[in-house]
Design a protein around this ligand. Structure first.
Ligand code: PLP
Length: 367
């Protein structure tokens, strides 16, 4: 069996490029693409992912928080970066580092305008977010007129885009609701364009939106999870390539006698003779404690090995009673989308959470 020496997350940049181009193939030629690389590019490596997407001529990036954008600028990424959820404390940094804020209410809009004026900026790019039903962030449609009046009262901001976010783009049962969001968005942008006499870019689709509502692609789409291989639907996922392989190694094998226990709190007690393998990956690495007690599993030589007992901070023990393996052998946590989805289902989670949980202490290797 393959021998390995430590836990690593392999990132397949060719698969990433394949996925980017598959997504592009779903879009008209003039639709711009924004790569969502928040949360370390969904738990991987935002800088390496950004560099790979720059080579594919991505038009925009988005991060959630300002510091994520700063890290990209520090790494030499010059592509426009939308900060989806800027905090009051970061407005100066946004300008200093040439980042572009999403402004979602009057409070942050006015605060940002003041900072732009104080810093003597001209034509500073901003993006305005409208709430069309997610009820998370965004101006209300009824505020469109007031927003336009305030916007007309200044001359230092450049409205680059107007956008919204879908609440259930992956859920066919919410088709009517989603279409309602899109209609509302069209009304808002028409109102705004008429009032202001400009036509900033419009965007509302995330990954599932691109697959399920391509008619609503407007001027740009924001793709996150699909870049990393997940379509939120087997139909689309099968067209996407797996980008991540999380693998570890057997540190030690134990022969367990009946009546003996394994791990903290003696959570697991053996009823019959068995073998366990101890692996150097634990809840501090992203293996949620909820995976303990046989909820979670890993793959050794293609066979499933369940986690026995409690997940420790830095280790798990798995049942290898029926698997031929030895110390130093490779252990796969996941290397395809199906394995990630299986793990997510086990703890009532989603692929997004399994991926973003992968801790920064795990070494990243580019493939
Ligand atoms: C995270 C996020 C996205 C990306 O969503 P995916 O489902 O991963 O494609 C797009 N837009 C906004 C506003 C987001 O917060």
């Amino acid at each position: 069996m393959t021998k390995v020496r430590e836990t690593v997350l392999e990132i397949d940049l060719k698969a990433l490029s394949h996925n980017f181009n598959f997504i592009k193939s779903k879009l008209s030629a003039h639709t711009k693409t924004l790569g969502v690389i928040k949360a370390f590019a969904y738990g991987s490596d935002a800088i390496e992912v950004a560099k790979a997407l720059v080579l594919e001529n991505v038009d925009y990036f988005a991060v959630a928080y300002t510091q994520e954008g700063v890290a990209l600028r520090d790494a030499g990424i010059c592509t426009p970066i939308l900060v989806l959820h800027p905090q009051m404390a970061d407005l100066e940094t946004i300008i200093d580092r040439g980042l572009e804020p999403s402004l979602y209410n009057f409070r942050i809009f006015r605060a940002f305008l003041n900072v732009v004026k104080a810093k003597d900026q001209k034509n500073y790019p901003i993006h305005i977010k409208f709430n069309t039903g997610l009820n998370r962030l965004g101006f209300n449609s009824l505020e469109t007129g007031d927003f336009c009046n305030e916007f007309k009262n200044q001359s230092v901001l450049d409205l680059r885009s107007v956008f919204s976010h879908l609440a259930a783009s992956e859920d066919r049962n919410e088709n009517e609701f989603t279409k309602g969001q899109i209609v509302k968005f069209v009304e808002i942008t028409k109102h705004l364009n008429n009032e202001l006499g400009i036509s900033p870019m419009r965007h509302i689709l995330n990954s599932s939106g691109i697959f399920n509502y391509p008619e609503a692609q407007f001027d740009m789409v924001r793709t996150g999870i699909a870049l990393y291989g997940f379509g939120n639907d087997p139909l689309y996922t099968q067209k996407l390539k797996p980008v991540f392989k999380l693998k570890t190694v057997i540190s030690q094998i134990h022969e367990i006698k009946p009546g003996e226990s394994v791990g903290y709190n003696r959570k697991f007690k053996a009823m019959k003779p068995m073998r366990t393998a101890t692996l150097p990956i634990g809840h501090a690495d992203g293996i949620h404690r909820a995976f303990g007690d046989r909820k979670g599993f890993v793959w050794i030589d293609g066979q499933k090995a369940e986690i026995v007992g409690n997940v420790c901070m830095d280790m798990i023990m798995v049942d290898v009673s029926t698997i031929k393996c030895e110390e130093g052998d490779e252990v796969v946590i996941f290397e395809n989308q199906h394995q990630v989805n299986l793990l997510a289902e086990q703890i009532d989670s989603i692929s997004y959470e399994i991926l973003t949980a992968i801790s920064q202490r795990i070494k990243r290797i580019l493939k």
